[in-house]
Write a protein that binds this ligand. Structure first.
Ligand code: BJ8
Length: 423
């Protein structure tokens, strides 16, 4: 609409480039999502969210800003939404799931940088992300070397970039670093918003985020059924929308879908026939609109039953204890909760392998497809021992290394089909 166009212009977006991006996004959504058979009706909510992803949701954020609320953008699940909400601000995930302005990006970053990082730069340089342009503060984090160094360059393009340091080992010193960094972040949020974070506000924020996670847990656990009541593509979408929807509305909408899915499970109604080979995806995050690999897998006669990913269970599986009574106790609970996230930037990282095996069992997966983004050292390196450990337990594993381009789609499809045949 014209309203949206003037909103995008005011945000400083490049309208022509933005039209091109929305065109590609809309086509991909139609071809990949709307073309699916027997989708749960509740997915209509996510279809609406996606059709308004740069429209209504941005308008809501701008209305919040007009009312004095701050918007904080993040690229990693280590940025605690609880602290942001407790300071009366809103957290949005900044999606980095599509290539954009690659020629300009490659003047600033080496070619052998992962697609996720390049995409974050492309959306900024191309002026096509209204979330990024709405943010009053953008939080970067020292995770992999690629991101850590990229934020130095991104800092020249983004006005209020805050960088959070993160530990690399699950040691006492590592925990102390995370605690110090979360305390520093809390203080930075208080400065940004002018709000002093109280125990009551923290408690309420913890409950809001836990409710969002619990709704997702409910949805994910229903995928253990055979036939599974929801496709992997649709479940991934719920995991993706988790990062930028209004928290309370997201929770209510996911719970409504779960009511429907429970009926489906009771009636043994699924999106794929019972007995369809079941795949667990494990590895790098899949941000909107990176639907390439799940699309290939679910067009190859298999169904995805779980995501061991930050856009998935690695990001949401733990709840934060809300029983503390003081700010210090609640902050300690937040540190405890996030310190369990088993990102491959940690060394060693045995919990991740345990979680993969646990998920294989819980969702009755027949095999694991390890998804590694090209040039992502943490996950590509970890993939090799993970594959070996799984195969030692007779869990078939296929290691995929890819990017956001479609050039390798045919070759990937052949490999995935051959793998599915074996299951
Ligand atoms: S907690 S997974 S969201 S860092 S794909 S940029 S690792 S080279 S994204 Fe992540 Fe936080 Fe960890 Fe999760 Fe680097 Fe790899 Fe690129 Fe990556």
């Amino acid at each position: 609409s014209d309203d949206y166009r003037s909103m995008w212009t005011d945000l400083g977006l490049d309208l022509e480039a933005h039209d091109a991006l929305l065109g590609v996004l809309g086509n991909a959504y139609r071809e990949i999502y709307l073309a699916q058979q027997d989708r749960p009706e509740g997915m209509g909510y996510f279809d609406f969210v996606m059709s308004e992803v740069h429209g209504l949701r941005i308008k809501e954020l701008l209305d919040e800003k007009a009312a004095g609320r701050k918007i904080v953008g993040s690229y990693c699940v280590f940025v605690p939404e609880e602290i942001v909400l407790a300071a009366n601000a809103t957290l949005v995930g900044l999606c980095s799931g599509a290539d954009f302005a690659m020629e300009e990006v490659e003047m600033l970053l080496p070619r052998n940088t992962c697609a996720l990082i390049k995409s974050a730069f492309g959306f900024k340089i191309g002026k096509v992300c209204p979330y990024l342009e709405s943010a009053d503060m953008v939080v970067g984090e020292n995770t992999c070397d690629g991101k850590k160094k990229a934020y130095e360059s991104l800092g020249h393009m983004i006005e209020n970039l805050y960088v959070m340091d993160l530990p690399q080992m699950k040691s006492d010193q590592g925990r102390a670093l995370l605690k110090a960094e979360y305390d520093r972040f809390k203080a930075a949020m208080e400065v940004l918003t002018g709000v002093t974070i109280t125990a009551d506000a923290l408690k309420e924020a913890i409950r809001t985020v836990n409710a969002k996670r619990a709704a997702l847990h409910r949805l994910l656990s229903l995928r253990a059924a055979d036939p599974t009541p929801i496709s992997g593509l649709d479940a991934l979408l719920a995991n993706q929308v988790f990062f930028y929807d209004n928290p309370a509305r997201f929770t209510a909408s996911v719970n409504a879908i779960c009511d429907e899915l429970e009926k489906r499970v009771a009636q043994q109604q699924g999106v794929f026939a019972a007995g369809t080979p079941r795949i667990l995806i494990s590895g790098c995050p899949q941000a909107v609109p990176n639907w390439k690999l799940p699309w290939i897998i679910e067009s190859a006669g298999a169904v995805i039953v779980g995501e061991e990913s930050c856009v998935g269970e690695r990001g949401t599986r733990h709840l934060t204890d809300d029983t503390g009574r003081t700010v210090d106790e609640l902050m300690a609970a937040i540190v405890d909760r996030y310190f369990q996230v088993d990102c491959a930037i940690f060394t060693p990282n045995p919990d991740r392998l345990m979680h993969i095996k646990e998920m294989v069992g819980a969702y009755h997966a027949d095999g694991v497809i390890h998804y590694g983004l090209q040039f992502c050292q943490p996950y590509l390196m970890e993939a090799i021992p993970v594959e070996k450990a799984l195969e030692d337990e007779n869990i078939p594993c296929l290691r995929i290394e890819t990017d956001y381009g479609m050039e390798d789609a045919g070759q990937l499809k052949t490999r995935v089909e051959a793998f599915v045949e074996l299951l």
